[in-house]
Design a protein around this ligand. Structure first.
Ligand SMILES: NC(=O)c1ccc[n+]([C@@H]2O[C@H](COP(=O)([O-])OP(=O)(O)OC[C@H]3O[C@@H](n4cnc5c(N)ncnc54)[C@H](O)[C@@H]3O)[C@@H](O)[C@H]2O)c1
Length: 334
């Protein structure tokens, strides 16, 4: 990868922001130029962790000041679930070339619309951290096993998210994205039922993704334009923890979780072997984006895919408000 002195800034410098920065360690001519966080002690720890790699990291408590001063090429956003939109819009308007934004992309259609508009108008590459897209087992199963026609035409995708953190926005976004990844089409309509006790939950009322009680789990149905049907089975939060997907095609089915994947055809069961990558997950996503800024190309998890997920999740909330009925997508953010 030939990097021409790319300058990177991280907004939200606690655990996940620190992981973002790890994705560029060792890349020639790529500099961690700045970090921004509300909390000074978080900034100090961030700088200390990376000072052996870069000895001139500037620290900010205001992202606009950082954007104005640092002439950044790449910005990563690792703030709370409901605090991504302004940061992505402002970074795009400041002329940043690539943005790696944590999931969920946004917690309202209006915010997601603003992010799409600003990045498209400015020609900014936007990548959303639905992390399994940079896990070799998930990528290989998608590209080689399903993409290679091993189960024929995909007919439906069943995703299951369980456990105490089966919150629709916080972790459900990963499952909705996994369903979209394998459905490979536009969602046309949804219907859903939210967790008992959340009947009036008509917009995001979470605390940024920390306390599970601030957002519901859900069950939902997704109708895709190409005929694939998606089933989102999320919770209740009292189930044992789990994340798995079943992809059913005309010629077999796949069961995949983070622990492994199997291909089933009649009575035959084949273990799907993941290739080995030097870097996986979140750091690999950041590294992909930096490479795209240097060399061009499309992210594996572009803003347009994150946008579908926001539409589906808000569609689930809307369905709940309409007696669990059919909600046509896309919803407008007005
Ligand atoms: N991809 C994954 O597997 C994965 C795993 C965990 C968390 N996440 C995501 O990472 C993000 C961060 O999660 P978290 O729980 O660490 O969030 P958090 O609420 O703890 O906030 C992270 C940091 O952002 C800072 N911050 C918030 N708003 C800011 C602003 N406007 N400007 C500057 N700093 C700001 C906070 O001070 C804090 O240090 C979330 O979107 C979460 O969903 C992703």
């Amino acid at each position: 990868m030939d990097m021409a002195n790319l300058r990177v800034g991280v907004i939200g410098c606690s655990g996940i922001g620190t992981t973002h920065a790890s994705g560029i360690v060792g890349l020639p001519n790529v500099e961690l130029a700045a970090g921004c966080d509300f909390v000074q002690s978080t900034l100090d720890a961030f700088k200390e962790k990376y000072q052996d790699n870069w000895d001139n990291i500037s620290l900010y408590t205001n992202h606009q000041e950082m954007l104005a001063a640092e002439n950044l090429d790449v910005v990563t956003v690792a703030t709370s679930d409901h605090r991504h939109a302004d940061l992505v819009v402002d970074a795009a308007n400041a002329g940043v070339k690539g943005i790696f934004c944590e999931k969920p992309m946004a917690t309202s259609v209006e915010d997601a619309d603003r992010m799409m508009e600003a990045t498209e108008r400015n020609g900014t590459i936007l990548s959303i951290d639905h992390t399994r897209r940079w896990q070799p087992l998930w990528r290989h199963t998608h590209d080689v096993i399903v993409g290679g026609g091993r189960i024929g035409d995909v007919q439906y995708v069943i995703g299951t998210l369980s456990g105490g953190r089966a919150m629709l926005f916080r972790n459900g976004t990963h499952l909705v994205d996994a369903i979209c990844y394998f459905a490979d089409s536009e969602p046309e309509w949804v219907s859903a039922e939210l967790e008992d006790g959340y009947e009036d939950y008509n917009e995001y009322k979470g605390d940024g993704g920390h306390v599970p009680a601030t957002e519901p789990s859900a069950h939902g149905y997704i109708h895709f334009a190409n005929g694939v049907r998606g089933y989102y089975a999320g919770g209740p939060k009292t189930t044992l923890s789990g994340f798995r997907v079943e992809i059913v095609g005309t010629n077999g089915y796949i069961l995949i979780s983070d622990k492994g994947a199997t291909l089933h055809q009649d009575d035959a069961v084949e273990t799907i072997e993941a290739p080995s990558w030097d870097m996986t997950g979140i750091p690999a996503g950041v590294r992909e984006l930096v490479g795209l800024v240097a060399e061009g190309g499309q992210p594996v998890s572009p803003g347009s895919e994150g946008y579908k997920v926001v539409q589906i999740i808000i569609g689930f909330l809307t369905s709940q408000q309409r007696d669990n009925g059919k909600v046509k997508l896309p919803l407008s953010g007005g």
